[in-house]
Design a protein around this ligand. Structure first.
Ligand SMILES: Cc1cc2nc3c(=O)[nH]c(=O)nc-3n(C[C@H](O)[C@H](O)[C@H](O)COP(=O)(O)OP(=O)(O)OC[C@H]3O[C@@H](n4cnc5c(N)ncnc54)[C@H](O)[C@@H]3O)c2cc1C
Ligand code: SF4
Length: 452
């Protein structure tokens, strides 16, 4: 089996490289000082707010007493993606949001930054392989196929490797990591840092990546493998498909250069040196969710002079986290509520020059209220379609009315006894930490099945 000493490197010249970290790493003195503020609460509310149930007071106490490796072990025992989650988790609404200090109007403990300190310090010295050297079990000869190389599959592969099971990950894109590599705002985690975590996982051994290979429902062509082949050739299958491409609004003249799907544009910012924003002074972002505020904030930080988020209802209806909206606004993002994009105005068939926005009532455009605003770029952040059609090709796997893969919530096993699923394709799109937790539950059940 080809394990992976070198992952494909992202090229230089990407816009992402110019971003600065919003929460830089703590040094040891800063970490110990912050750890010493923790009250080590019994029945700690921060633990209850962590989807993976990390024993937070325990790892913080270990940092305070100089046992940094022990702290990393405590974190990784519950969340094998503890390094990237430390940087990308919306801690304000999860662990730190639950911290008792909030109730007294004081700064909550910076749990994410402490978690980063413990995991980064430890894993930078030999990765997961060194940390778990004595715990990695001998090979069992059992093989698991994982579809998609996002956080869900990577977490599952790491846990399987420690139990001696071999994994083959099929990823249709060139780079592994799913949205952790290609979607997270660069001021939280850059693609090359996400790649570091992936390398630590691959160094556990017994994991093969087949990048540029899509799993399909029918007969497989070039660069494809069929669901039937996976069922035939592997002892178990894990579906970590994530979500599909950006949805379209179908406004007049929407199709053409200058109008991007938000997730697609973020991917270009992070991975494509050919993307240039030269000449873009005004940009509109359509949508009110977390992807919308992320791309708006990124464009503002990339020196696009005027970036406006356009949302069809009032501010209360926006699903983006309040702390992210505030942070984006601090860097110049404007929020235009109760407006709908009705038309993209182009110079001939190509360049975007303006957009027509109508006033909205109940989320719908009111006729005769259109105004024309200048812009050279529009990002559509109104949701993503599903990528789950392929799941139906695995006998017994069902989708719900929203196109999510149906699983048993305790085991993440699907209706096919050999197939498990987790992450965005099951939960409809939440956070990296949920993908890690769902993979953990799936692997626990898979281990029982593989042993039996
Ligand atoms: C713009 C954006 C910003 C985000 N920011 C944050 C954040 O700050 N913090 C946070 O915690 N979460 C964030 N999220 C959410 C988080 O990224 C996801 O919840 C997480 O990545 C889900 O992991 P996953 O493995 O389920 O899916 P994904 O990360 O989407 O990975 C799925 C992988 O499967 C591949 N794939 C799909 N179908 C096939 C097929 N048929 N064959 C082969 N490969 C296939 C895809 O190419 C992809 O690489 C963000 C999401 C977006 C869109
Ligand atoms: S709630 Fe806050 S103070 Fe209490 S254990 Fe958790 S992080 Fe420490």
């Amino acid at each position: 089996m080809r394990s992976l000493p070198v992952l494909p490197q992202l090229p230089d010249g990407r816009l992402e490289q110019g971003f600065h970290e919003s929460k830089p790493a703590y040094n040891e003195a800063e970490a110990v000082t912050e750890a010493n503020r923790c009250l080590y609460c019994v029945d700690a509310p921060c633990v209850k707010s962590c989807p993976t149930g990390i024993d937070i007071p325990n790892f913080i106490r270990k940092i305070a007493t100089g046992n940094v490796k022990g702290a990393a072990r405590t974190i990784l025992a519950e969340n094998i993606l503890g390094y990237s989650c430390a940087r990308v988790c919306p801690v304000e609404v999860l662990c730190a949001g639950g911290c008792v200090y909030n109730a007294w109007g004081r700064q909550p403990i910076a749990i994410g930054r402490l978690q980063r300190f413990a995991t980064e310090t430890t894993l930078s010295d030999g990765g997961l392989r060194k940390l778990y050297a004595s715990k990695i079990k001998p090979r069992t000869g059992k093989r698991v196929a994982l579809v998609g190389a996002g956080p869900a599959s990577l977490a599952a592969a790491a846990l399987l490797a420690m139990e001696g099971h071999e994994s083959v990950i099929f990823e249709r894109k060139r780079y592994a990591g799913g949205l952790n590599t290609l979607g997270i705002a660069p001021y939280k985690l850059k693609a090359n840092d996400a790649m570091k975590e992936i390398a630590w996982i691959f160094e556990l051994g017994a994991i093969e990546l087949r990048e540029g290979v899509e799993v399909v429902s029918g007969e497989a062509g070039e660069g494809q493998v069929s669901s039937a082949a996976l069922l035939r050739e592997f002892d178990a299958v894990f579906l970590g498909l994530g979500l599909g491409p950006d949805s379209k609004l179908h406004a007049k003249n929407e199709d053409g250069p200058g109008v991007y799907g938000a997730v697609d544009l973020i991917e270009k910012i992070k991975s494509d040196p050919a993307l240039s924003l030269a000449g873009v002074t005004h940009a509109l972002v359509i949508g009110g969710g977390n992807t919308a505020i992320d791309i708006a904030h990124e464009l503002a930080l990339l020196n696009v002079g005027d970036v406006a988020m356009v949302y069809r209802r009032g501010r209360d209806g926006m699903s983006a986290y309040a702390h992210e909206i505030e942070y984006g606004m601090k860097h110049g993002v404007r929020v235009l509520t109760d407006r709908v994009l009705t038309e993209v105005v182009r110079d001939g068939a190509s360049k975007v020059t303006h957009a027509k926005l109508a006033r909205a009532e109940g989320g719908k455009a009111v006729a005769g209220t259109e105004e024309t605003v200048a812009c050279q770029l529009i990002a559509m952040a109104i949701g993503q379609s599903r990528a789950t059609d392929v799941a139906k090709a695995f006998d017994g796997v069902a989708l719900d009315a929203q196109g999510r893969v149906v699983v048993d919530p305790g085991t993440h096993r699907t209706g096919n006894a050999k197939v498990w699923a987790g992450g965005d394709c099951v939960n409809g799109g939440t956070e990296v930490v949920n993908a890690a937790q769902e993979a953990k539950l799936a692997v626990r059940d898979m281990l029982r099945a593989l042993a039996g």
